[in-house]
Ligand binder design. Structure first.
Ligand code: NAP
Ligand code: ZN
Ligand code: ZN
Length: 339
């Protein structure tokens, strides 16, 4: 209800189905650090009351009469956006997250009519245009697929954009929800993967996730040894930090792929950028076609998130644990606890 109050039960109605809408029964909802940033208004402009959640996995209950992609009873997923202008250049290229008019976020947004509030996945059902609803494989554990809709696509998309290939040296900064998916994807793409973490206790897990090396980012000597070493670094860090720490580690034409969204905007020394002709590239989730590609890739390679399933009533404690970097590696709410 406000940035300073804990999450509490809230009743609201979903809008009526339009002809191209799908009604999804939400079974699992992932807990992203972006939920916490927005609930606590860390990025500014939050709209209340807010129902967070943009990693949604469930089952189709009903479809509008023009819906072609789905039938009642099928598994379905919804991610970080639910609409866009549909006619600008990025939208035509199915990169709706970069819509010129702005995408419609799954929550903390008004729908395109400017009247209805978009509300997210910490709820029992959602109504969404079929373009923003995805198929998920029944071969994967459903609770563990929910985080693919944000943590998954947000790390898959920049790794694809950077054309990561076998043998590339990829580092991932921050072993949380996004970080653990970045490790899995980079490994699946054949890269030599190094975890850069502030938590010594996560070394064994990083290896279990498939990382080949682990470097404690507070260990100056170890960081120094990796100067000008990596082709790509995925920065998933949620807290304020210095980008130069990671920039220095990039080899010739290396890219720092920024996906983490801390509150304070860092300064960057241009001398660190011109060295090795390094670049910093931001990346925001992924478009509708790429999201389905990512889900199909996960089904083929048997990739899911490592999850701790919680009841809805545990959410405030889960947020506190998220701030203490104490999650392995994504909380997922079992929505049966709300029904
Ligand atoms: P998370 O699970 O809380 O993980 C963040 C990780 O950052 C932590 O586990 C920790 O890893 C590291 N970290 C925390 N404080 C740090 C510090 N002071 N210095 C260095 N590292 C620190 O969060 P998440 O859900 O993965 O989200 C990560 C960020 O991505 C958030 O800011 C979120 O809003 C953003 N995000 C962006 C997009 C996008 O489209 N670009 C999409 C989703 C989320 P270690 O313990 O290993 O150090
Ligand atoms: Zn997210
Ligand atoms: Zn658009």
């Amino acid at each position: 209800m406000s940035p300073a109050t804990p999450l509490a039960p809230f009743d609201f109605e979903r809008r009526e189905l339009k002809d191209d809408d799908v009604l999804v029964d939400i079974l699992f909802s992932g807990v992203c650090h972006s939920d916490l940033h927005q609930v606590r208004d860390e990025w500014g402009g939050s709209i209340y009351p807010m129902v967070p959640g943009h990693e949604i996995a469930g089952k189709v209950i009903r479809v509008g009469k023009h819906v072609k992609k789905f039938k009642a009873g099928e598994l379905a997923a919804v991610g970080v956006m639910v609409d866009s202008c549909r006619h600008c250049k990025p939208c035509k290229k199915h990169m709706e997250q970069y819509c010129v008019e702005g995408m419609t976020g799954t929550y903390n947004n008004y729908e395109r009519d400017g009247v209805n509030m978009a509300q997210g996945g910490y709820s029992t059902q959602i109504v969404c245009n079929e373009r923003w609803v995805y198929h998920i494989s029944d071969k994967l554990e459903l609770a563990a697929t929910a985080p693919l809709l944000c943590a998954g696509i947000t790390t898959y998309s920049p790794l694809k954009f950077a054309e990561v290939k076998p043998g590339d040296k990829v580092a991932v900064a921050g072993l949380g929800g996004l970080g653990h998916m970045a490790v899995k994807f980079a490994v699946a793409m054949g890269a030599e993967v190094t975890m850069l973490s502030t938590s010594p206790s996560k070394a064994a897990d990083a290896k279990k996730l498939g990382a080949h090396h682990f470097v404690l980012s507070s260990d100056r000597d170890a960081m120094h040894k990796h100067k000008s070493h990596f082709d790509v670094i995925v920065d998933t860090v949620s807290a304020d930090h210095n980008y130069e720490t990671y920039l220095k580690l990039l080899d010739l034409h290396g890219r720092l792929l920024v996906v983490g969204l801390p509150k304070t905007h860092p300064e960057v020394n241009p001398f660190e950028l011109i060295k090795n002709r390094r670049s910093i590239t931001g990346s925001m989730i992924g478009g509708t076609v790429e999201t389905q590609d990512m889900l199909d890739f996960c089904a083929e390679k048997n990739i899911v998130s490592d999850v701790e399933v919680i009841p809805m009533q545990y959410i405030n404690e889960a947020y506190e644990r998220l701030l203490k970097q104490d999650v392995k590696y994504r909380f997922v709410i079992d929505m049966a606890s709300l029904k």
